[in-house]
Design a protein around this ligand. Sequence first.
Ligand code: WT7
Length: 676
Amino acid sequence: MAENLNLDVSEAQIAVHWQEEQVFPPSAQFIAQANMTDPRIFERFSEDKFPECYKEYADLLTWYRYWHTTLDASDPPFWKWFLGAEINASYNCVDRHLDKYKNKAALIWVPEPEDEPHVTLTYQELYVRVNEVAALLRDFAGLKAGDRVTLHLPMVLELPITMLACARLGVIHSVVFGGFSAKACGERIADSGSEVLVTMDGYYRGGKLLEHKAKSDGAIEVAAKEGQTVDKVLIWRRYRGKYVSQAPIVEGRDYFVDDVLRDYVGERVDPVPMPAEAPLFLMYTSGTTGSPKGCQHSTGGYMAYVAGTSKYVQDIQPDDVYWCMADIGWITGHSYIVYGPLSLAATSVMYEGVPTCPDAGRAWRIAEQLSVDIFHTAPTTIRMLRKADPDGPSRYDYQFKHMTTVGEPIEPEVWRWYYYVVGKGKAAIVDTWWQTETGGFLCSTMPAIHPMKPGSTGPAVPGIYPVIYDEDGNEVERGHGRAGNICIRNPWPGAFQTVWGDRDRYVSTYYAKYCKDRNSTDWRDWPYFTGDAAMEAADGYYRILGRVDDVINVAGHRLGTKEIESACLDVPEVAEAAVVPLADPIKGRVPDVYVSLQPDCDPTQVRAAVVRSIEISIGKIARPKHVYVVPDMPKTRSGKIMRRVLAAISNGRDIGDVTTLANPSVVSEIRDMVQG
Ligand code: WT7
């Protein structure tokens, strides 16, 4: 970790602004109704009860066959949970609720245009639609257990329906965030080896009906270049029977799902009992180097973990109306819109668009109309809504009992607005810290057991044993508030199984750094490296300080520096590119781009070309705040670009000693250009 970019940014900021905070106890009213009020859960999940303690979560599910081994750790770090068991995720989220809850709302979909009606699917209706789509996927698309299929879909009901239809068959879904570009989608199709792509014609976002189908054509081209052929494109239509896209339909390859479904009306498909260790889905995420990694999640362990944490940390009960504003295209949506809540027979709300459309009251109107009582969102959204209308929530008649913040550290001041204004001083807040790789929460307060502390995620959740190491692998003494690399000492059922198709990368990225003995088959020798810096306060609460690698957390989502840099280098004039995180009052971090040009190039068009290239490669989410064309990059004598120096310039921080650089004079030139 030569440069420790973000660690610099966060630690400095936090040390200055964030004092130890006053704590807030949960209300008696919340405690009185909560799923988990007994602190002895931590005894039941204590280290000497590991791994058998996780039976408590697994017992929330319905299994075809129980396991003979709770945890097989014989091939570290490839942990295997609930070995010998069989289960189906679709059955657990749908079929098993029919007896008691068939007429209860499973999903409520809120379209972005406010004059379009909400669509409610009861568990019975969800059952019918999942079965029909599963029949289509099996008999029309030829998919079977173990095949991969890419879903490039926006926030529409067809997304969870298709996911659950895949899960019913044991087909591994790979959902690509709808906002990602054709190129990003194509790369993920190729990496996952998907022969089928499920997409949509268009969807509403920010008041506009966006073209979406056109991206599939580009994606398929990109995948083909990487040697992956897509035979079938299944296109959901935003309006049944009406195609809202301009993109052509390719004969023999592209099909409208609503048309094809006519042949499958009334079909039922038995859920396929899957081994607990069978992959349920892939979720791609960015890393320090190379292409995005396909995090492979299991069926049994993952489902047990998201059911357990949804029940006890999210406090979801069947009569709650639960609304998580994340996109299902990210892990939060998989675990805490779809699989966790539905496994508990909750009513889960999905919103198509942005929370400020048509105005900043939209989210609170939805909460009022649907009587939402559990609310889940990210600091970036909280900051945005606060800025847009700081008194908004008071004008709406809703009351949350529970709220979540996730994705990045939340400033205590923003936390207090969330608590007093959004939660009206009555809701319990959980600040859940976790990652795409971890499947579910790692740290959070238990909402009816622990007090809340603004800006701190809280202690580890039951069954998770964190440790903070310094760079040399020494344990940082507990509770002393010293920062280091936070790791998890033990395996847990929600953890991903591997990087799809790249076992070595799984080991080297997540387990090599602090492995005590490569030959050991004792899990205690294989701590999981999260890539986050953190400190533990005397009360055992963790404060997450940000990434220690070259990953930029934009609005709670990880973007790899290298991915953005390589998009810059696609512009022919660009000779070198460096991307650094710039602190942003709403999004937390945004990319700032520095490029140097090939000799004798005309710089006029370069900035726009760089922005375009980044949008084409990744999507608008990665759009940089600035593109600076610099005469040369600050470099070490060995030629390494000093991103740390550029990050300091972007953020107006002290640059430190640069006299040892190969070209110190360029630093002041760049600083004058950026800071004026
Ligand atoms: C990274 C994971 C987990 C779902 C959303 C993001 C940061 C996540 C918190 C939090 C401080 C947080 C970490 C982590 N992060 N939650 N509550 N407090 N930081 O998933 O894209 O895999 O990103 O997000 O840096 O490593 P992701």
